[in-house]
Structures are given as structure tokens and as C-alpha cells.
Design a binder for this molecule. Structure first.
Ligand code: DGL
Length: 266
């Protein structure tokens, strides 16, 4: 049995929250992290460009590396890119959608917050998720473009502007939500700061565990058998974030091999 190889894709460092969950559930897997940070943030890009770019980058990566499964660890890209990517490659693809269903199961006062990128907040599939799983809940949406930038900078060593963060989350306190869906993979990286900024919220729900479970199901039981030490290699299409290796170690990922590639070279 060969060591399973999983590619995790995002526009920046957000997918590391997903890599962390996949690594915890499947410590025997070799992880490949591909971040298209030359095009960050995806939340401000037109959909047709995202589709073309994500499919091309991932296809290029698959030509150079043997990969068993691809995770699109980006809410903003997932719904628009998944059908196109699945049609273009033979590997199974796992996507991510905001965790509306688990949040609806948790909320006691039926008031849920959704924190996401502006693109995710306005996509029609969100209305469908709410209609399917949370039709009895009042949903307060905060679609804030600046938050992903703060998190990219924070991972690179800058402090988070916690007062501004508290201001940004004020609609959740005002609406008395008890549960907030983290609808962007960057956000679970700063859960503690979110809790400090909006202490009236009791549950912050993300999709990382669900993605890791789905990845494990698709790879099958053999993926859990240790055949080689876990490893991660990370490729960024733009500049490598400062101190990335140290950050990855801090969130429990194995030692990382880093490279900053042009889209054509990765
Ligand atoms: N991590 C991405 C997501 O889950 C970030 C989006 C962006 O680049 O705007 O949506």
C-alpha cells in the first residue's frame, strides 16, 4: 500500500485549517498544500476567471504529482469550481460549504450568524442550504472582505486588529445569535480571537471535521495505516507568507517543504 497523497487547495492560508483536521484524522497521509495567493482574495474575483484558474492550476499540479484525492478547501471557490473540476480530473474531489446544517442542529434560540466572504454570502446555494436545513432560523449575515486579509497578515506575524474585529462582529451581538457559522476556511484559524471579540456567541461552527471525515471515507480504511511518516509540501503561486513553516508547526502539521511557484511551474 502506497502512502495516500491528498492535495488541499485554497486561495491562501485558510485551507491550513482544513489541512489540520485532515492531518488529525489521517496522520498517515502525505499532504500537498497548494495556495493560489497570487490571485488572493478569491472573494473579489469574477466566477468565470476563478473556474478557469482553479481547474488549470490543479490540473497542472496533478500532472507533476501523484495525487489520490483533491480537497477544495475554499468556500468561495467550491460551489462554482467543483462541477468543472470533477469533469476535468479523474481523482475524487471534496468541496466545502458553510456548516449551516450543523449550526441549525446546535442553535437553541434559532438565531444563527453567518460569517463569510462577500461572494459566499451572496451565492444562491447559500439560500438553498438555509431553506433545506435552517428554514426556522433567523440568519444574520456578515460578508466582510477585510477579514481574510487580516488573517493572511496575522499568519505572517502581524497582530490582529481585535477592536476592529469586535466592531465587525457587532451585528451578531445585536441579533442575539447563539451560533455562528464560519463560512470561510480562514476563520477557524482565529477562533480564539473571534470568541474574545463576540463572547455572547456560544458556538462557532466550521466544516473542517466534516471535510476530514469525507476524505477518510473516500480514501477507505487503508488510508489510516501508517506506511511512512506524515509529510506536507506547500506550494504558493505568489510570495510565501513569512514564518509559514513555524505557523504550520504551531497548528500541529508535520515539517513542511515550502516552495513559491509561478502558476505555470507548479
Ligand atoms: N479560504 C477562502 C474561503 O473559504 C478564502 C476566500 C478568499 O480568498 O476570498 O472562502
Amino acid at each position: 500500500m502506497q502512502q495516500p497523497q491528498v492535495l488541499i487547495f485554497d486561495s491562501g492560508v485558510g485551507g491550513l485549517s482544513v489541512a489540520q483536521c485532515v492531518h488529525q484524522r489521517l496522520p498517515a497521509c502525505a499532504l500537498h498544500y497548494l495556495a493560489d495567493n497570487a490571485f488572493f482574495p478569491y472573494g473579489e474575483q469574477p466566477e468565470d476567471l476563478l473556474i478557469e484558474r482553479c481547474v488549470r492550476l490543479i490540473q497542472k499540479y496533478l500532472q507533476r504529482h501523484t495525487i489520490d484525492l483533491v480537497v477544495i478547501a475554499c468556500n468561495t471557490a467550491s460551489t462554482v469550481v467543483l462541477p468543472h473540476l470533477r469533469a476535468a480530473i479523474s481523482q475524487p474531489v471534496v468541496g466545502v460549504v458553510p456548516a449551516i446544517k450543523p449550526a441549525a442542529a446546535l442553535s437553541r434560540n434559532r438565531r444563527i450568524g453567518l460569517l463569510a466572504t462577500p461572494a459566499t454570502v451572496r451565492r444562491p446555494y447559500l439560500e438553498q442550504l438555509i431553506g433545506d436545513f435552517a428554514s426556522d432560523c433567523e440568519i444574520t449575515r456578515v460578508g466582510e472582505p477585510v477579514l481574510v486579509r487580516w488573517i493572511e497578515e496575522w499568519v505572517a506575524g502581524k497582530s490582529l486588529p481585535e477592536q476592529e474585529l469586535a466592531l465587525l462582529l457587532r451585528p451578531f451581538g445585536a441579533a442575539d445569535v447563539d451560533t455562528v457559522v464560519l463560512g470561510c476556511t480562514h476563520y477557524p484559524l482565529i477562533t480564539e480571537a473571534l470568541q474574545r471579540a463576540c463572547p455572547s456567541v456560544s458556538d462557532w461552527v466550521d466544516s473542517g471535521e466534516a471535510i476530514a471525515r469525507r476524505t477518510a471515507d473516500l480514501l477507505g480504511p487503508a488510508a489510516s495505516a501508517p506506511v511512512a511518516p506524515a509529510s506536507v509540501q506547500a506550494h504558493f503561486t505568489g510570495p510565501l507568507p513569512a514564518a509559514l513553516g513555524a505557523f504550520m508547526a504551531r497548528i500541529g502539521l508535520p515539517p513542511v517543504a515550502l516552495s513559491s511557484d509561478t502558476p505555470e511551474a507548479c
